[in-house]
Design a protein. Structure first.
Length: 131
């Protein structure tokens, strides 16, 4: 039986209506694909607290979570991910890459130009079709 991981992802939009995209490093599972930054929800942690913690740990900046955007479950070869995407705003600092190979701010209409991790694709499609 495959393990199901509960994962939160930040849909961070800046003042130019660009969305933060993160390239998974070659060392990560699902390498060299784009994703919305975030990480695993720890036992006993709510999704908003988990996302705030993950972004602070991974990108050295502070966010405010706003609204639940998308909830998707995707089955990979070795595990299942329940990916919960939450819209967020940066309230302190500037995102820096530590675990990811690259960070990129992109307009909604350009999101499809990247090769996304499969679990992130439903949120990407929803963002592109928004507005």
């Amino acid at each position: 039986m495959k393990k199901t991981l509960k994962v939160v992802a930040a849909i961070i939009e800046n003042e130019n209506s660009e969305i933060l995209c993160a390239l998974r490093s070659p060392q990560m599972a699902i390498p060299n694909m784009w994703e919305f930054p975030g990480g695993k929800v720890e036992d006993g942690e709510d999704i908003h607290t988990a996302l705030i913690r993950e972004i602070e740990e991974e990108m050295s900046c502070k966010i405010r979570t706003e609204e639940l955007f998308n909830d998707n479950t995707h089955e990979y070869e070795k595990f299942i991910i329940n990916l919960i995407a939450i819209k967020c705003r940066i309230i302190g600092g500037t995102p820096v890459k530590s675990e990811h190979s690259k960070l990129l701010w992109l307009k909604r209409e350009n999101l499809n130009s990247l090769v996304w991790a499969p679990a992130d694709i439903p949120a990407v499609k929803k963002l592109v079709n928004e507005n």
